[in-house]
Design a protein around this ligand. Structure first.
Ligand code: DMJ
Length: 614
């Protein structure tokens, strides 16, 4: 209206245009409509627009930022309220970032090409936060690399042998594949694959902390230099949220905590930010695949009806709490605490956790339960969350205790030959099979046993020992003394693969992981003995001219090689073997929990800022 006031010496606008009264009225009407429209359009501007911030109250624009603390809590609470009246479509703003695989292809392609609004690293407006590294180091109860008191020469020699294997694996990767994700040791070149969304150097990041712990100083410096100079996070590919988290975020966090070198922290935080858009779903349960450039996410094509996988969204907790701890930004912790809430709300069949959950409804999609692939590290992260919280996160402990009780009641079986194993469950029907992946559970159950009620302690230690023995049997009964990908207990078979497709060994760590925990918790020398058998078998069957390779059949003494040196061989298999022959104060279990890729993350002795809210 101010604009229409008649100024002295100047005709008013309508008069100046030579309009009559009814026309003037119409003109005014048109003008006021136009103004209303312009104001309304402000709401459609991007949040970053200067005009929007000028005209609208600040809170309205900040609410979509993915990492400001205010926005994250509102996101978390809005996802919980949304859950009460599901199913419902995701909020319009979040929709393009997680097109479901069921969406028509053209739409998905269009969305993929859409600008990267969801992935933009959110601006944190709070005062700069500095993690007190020195205080953290002072809180450790043991020197990170141990004290090296007098030890018997055989143990030392075995440890040195494993160190030599690590150097061999690293040197060949460096020579033939530096900057690629894995080494192909037969063809002497690198492999990139499609799990890491365009990120490179999976072996470098996975190997960093092992090189450091083994005191391979020169090699550690080579790896560090690659991270500083060549590790590019501005990539634009489709990544597994789970794999990027456990290998890259876990590896970088662990190396920061071990060394205090800022580069590892800043890369971990930058990468962590890029993973956040995967959580923009109606329930806050992240989808499995994310484009690290655009922030769009979707479910695996093979996962039942667009579901998310228990072992994937359940294996973020440890790393995300540390991302909050190091950044001072609670958004990471809030995201994983919300996953807990969803899991606690949904009904568990017989107290078991099925492997497929809808990120839209928060309900189970299929009743397949497994402590091996698709389920495994979810259980591992429950007990480790409790340990990492310095035994304060009682919610995690209770979830672990209840889950283990249900597993024992429904899945733990004894074979005719007396071997204890954990079967899989398909809608109430048992599949008498154990995957190599499930063999981590011996170590996990032992780790939890120490903290079980007095009357359960010995029971769980026995269970852990029995499962570890069964997994050892799966190795001992093969011609190579290495274990198959899966072994069965049916039709007269005990701890052996029955299908051709399950006879391979890809340098996996789970069996030696359990040996390491069992050794630390019992000091029974048989675990070192068993570990040494694995070292000899690896040398004999997997070591080739330019590195280590998986084999296609553990039941032949002249196995074909798969031409792949997996990054977890350096991160986990060799690390756990090395620790098996170390004193207990090297990466002491008092101070560290290992993430599922064997990257050590510190126990919270210093009262984390992002401590768990009950
Ligand atoms: C590793 O990447 C991790 O241990 C994960 O939890 C399971 N699979 C591999 C090793 O087998």
């Amino acid at each position: 209206m101010v604009l229409l006031r008649k100024l002295p010496g100047m005709p008013g606008w309508p008069a100046a245009l030579g309009l009559r009264l009814p026309q003037k009225f119409l003109f005014l009407l048109f003008l006021s409509g136009l103004l209303t429209l312009c104001f309304g359009a402000l709401f459609l501007l991007p949040d970053s627009s200067r005009f929007k911030r000028l005209f609208l109250p600040r809170r309205a624009t900040a609410s979509t930022s993915s990492s400001s603390s205010a926005s994250s809590s509102s996101a978390a609470s809005s996802s919980s309220t949304r859950d009460t009246d599901l199913p419902r479509s995701p909020p319009a703003a979040a929709e393009p970032r997680h097109a479901s695989p069921a969406a028509p292809r053209r739409l998905r392609e269009k969305l993929r090409a859409a600008p990267a609004t969801g992935a933009a690293p959110a601006r944190d407006t709070r005062a700069p936060f500095r993690f007190d590294y020195e205080r953290f180091r002072r809180s450790l109860r043991h020197p990170v690399r141990g004290r090296r008191p007098g030890e018997d020469p055989e143990t030392r020699a075995r440890r040195m042998k494993i160190k030599e294997m690590m150097k061999f694996a690293w040197d060949n990767y460096k020579l033939y594949a530096l900057g690629k994700n894995e080494l192909r040791p037969l063809t002497k070149n690198g492999h990139i694959g499609n799990m890491f969304g365009g990120l490179r150097g999976a072996t470098v990041v996975d190997a960093l902390d092992t090189l450091y712990i083994m005191e391979l100083e020169e090699e550690f410096q080579e790896a560090k230099k690659w991270v500083e100079k060549s590790f590019d996070l501005n990539v634009n590919g489709e990544a597994s949220l789970f794999e990027v988290n456990i290998r890259y975020v876990g590896g970088l966090l662990a190396t920061y905590y071990l060394t205090g070198e800022e580069v590892f922290k800043s890369k971990a935080l930058e990468l962590g930010e890029k993973l956040l858009p995967a959580f923009n779903t109606p329930t806050g349960i992240p989808r499995g695949v994310i484009n690290l450039g655009s922030g769009m996410s979707w479910s695996w094509g093979w996962a039942s009806a667009g579901s998310s996988i228990l072992a994937e969204f359940g294996t973020l907790h440890l790393e995300f709490l540390h991302l909050s701890e190091l950044s001072g930004n609670p958004v990471f912790a809030e995201k994983v605490m919300n996953i807990r809430k969803v899991l606690n709300r949904v009904e568990k069949p017989q107290g078991l956790y099925p492997n497929f959950l809808s990120p839209v409804t928060g309900n189970w999609v299929q009743h397949h339960v497994s402590i091996g692939g698709l389920g495994d590290s979810f259980y591992e992260y429950l007990i480790k969350s409790w340990l990492m919280s310095d035994k304060k996160d009682s919610e995690a402990k209770k979830m672990y205790d209840d889950a283990l009780e249900a597993i024992e009641k429904h899945l733990v079986k004894k074979s005719a030959g007396g071997l204890t194993y954990i079967a899989e469950w398909r809608g109430g029907v048992l599949d008498h099979k154990m995957g190599h992946l499930a063999c981590f559970s011996g170590g996990m159950i032992a780790l939890g046993a120490e903290h079980a009620g007095e009357e359960r302690k010995q029971h769980y230690m026995d269970l852990a020992a029995e499962i570890t023995t069964t997994c050892h049997e799966s190795y001992a009964r093969s011609d190579t003394k290495l274990g198959p990908e899966a072994f069965r207990f049916d039709a007269g078979t005990e701890a052996m693969a029955t299908r051709l497709s399950e006879r391979y060994y890809i340098l996996r760590p789970e069996v030696v992981e359990s040996y390491m925990y069992m050794w630390r918790l019992t000091h029974d020398p048989k675990y070192r003995q068993w570990g040494w058998e694995v070292v000899k078998a690896l040398e004999k069957h997997c070591r080739v001219e330019a590195g280590f390779s998986g084999i296609r059949d553990v039941y032949t003494t002249t196995p074909a090689h798969d031409n792949m040196q997996q990054s977890f061989f350096l991160a986990e298999t060799l690390k756990y073997l090395y620790l098996l022959f170390c004193e207990d104060d090297v990466l002491s279990l008092d101070d560290w929990v290992f993430n599922t890729e064997a990257h050590p993350l510190p126990v919270n002795h210093t009262n984390f800022k992002a401590s768990v809210q009950q």
